[in-house]
Ligand binder design. Structure first.
Ligand code: MN
Length: 303
């Protein structure tokens, strides 16, 4: 990778659909905002769901997400402020702290709990993305990639962007999350006022932006001069059409956003709650096994 990125304007992706995240409740009553989920399937393939939780009131999150199973997917938790206590059926225990990422490949099954704790002032801010596994990997052994803040490259580009590279390659750096089947890109990008950012994205990968702070433009800069430009801010989900790159820019205000892309699986989806398989039969098997206490295939079961 070089710092100089030259991509023809007509290969820069345009926004295909834009919408706002919606308030909902999950787990034992956590208030969060859902950017996409079941209803948007399969437009974001291989991604299934994105939740944002941001609150300064512990009542909104402290009940957390008590023991529940996952099979057939990966859950990616990225924390900006506060921390999440995590424990699972294999006896793993840990804290996901500010700036950390937990990339959990549930595979054949884990049973875990996720309990947000907030920071000293009671603030909790983070995201959970669900990514689908291909049929051939749905029953793989569970795997964690626990990434601490200090392991995530923070790159300043010549154009003035600050990019935290969690997965994939950007701004000459490679993210610490590796060997994921869908070859994901997961970036946290901050643009000061007046700055811009261009990121190559493979043409066959689906890509989206989720704006998390401030506001900015998310289409080719050259188009901004001749079209009525629309700014997008906190809570906006932007799903892109085809192309080789994504361009974002900030004018009067800074903007911070997640840029995520991955290779679509184009496989049938059978989804119920925290389990996502290919067929209804596989779903029935999963919940039947959960009921009988044989859900966990790897390590010690808790149920
Ligand atoms: Mn979970």
């Amino acid at each position: 990778m070089t710092d100089k990125i030259s991509i023809a304007e007509d290969n820069i992706r345009r926004i295909r659909q834009a919408w706002k995240s919606q308030p909902t409740r999950e787990g034992a009553g956590v208030r969060l905002k859902r950017a996409f989920g079941f209803n948007e399937t399969p437009r974001l393939d291989p991604f299934l769901l994105l939740d944002a939780f941001h609150s300064e009131n512990p009542d909104d999150y402290r009940k957390g997400f008590p023991w529940h199973p996952h099979r057939g997917i990966e859950t990616i938790t990225y924390i900006l402020d506060g921390e999440v206590e995590h424990g699972d059926s294999m006896g793993n225990r840990g804290l996901i702290s500010a700036g950390d990422v937990q990339w959990m490949t549930a595979g054949s099954g884990i049973i875990h709990q996720e309990m947000p704790k907030g920071d000293a002032k009671g603030e909790m801010w983070g995201f959970q993305l669900w990514s689908n596994l291909p049929a051939r990997s749905k029953m793989m052994d569970p795997r964690y990639q626990e990434v601490k803040q200090s392991q995530i490259p923070v790159v300043k580009t010549p154009d003035g962007a600050t990019v935290r590279v969690i997965a994939g390659e950007a701004a000459g750096a490679r993210g610490p999350v590796r060997e994921i089947v869908t070859d994901p890109l997961f970036l946290d990008v901050t643009l000061p006022a007046g700055k811009s950012f261009v990121q190559p994205v493979p043409a066959n990968h689906n890509a989206f932006v989720y704006a998390i702070d401030g506001e900015g433009y998310f289409e080719p800069r050259e188009s901004l001069a001749r079209e009525a430009p629309e700014r997008y801010g906190e809570g906006s989900l932007l799903l892109y059409g085809s192309g080789d790159a994504i361009e974002a820019s900030a004018d009067k205000k800074p903007v911070r956003f997640l840029l995520v892309a991955g290779k679509p699986l184009r496989e049938p989806i059978a989804w119920y709650g925290p389990v996502v398989m290919n067929t209804q039969k596989e779903l029935e098997t999963a919940f039947d096994e959960f009921g009988k206490g044989t859900f966990v295939k790897h390590g010690e079961s808790r149920n």
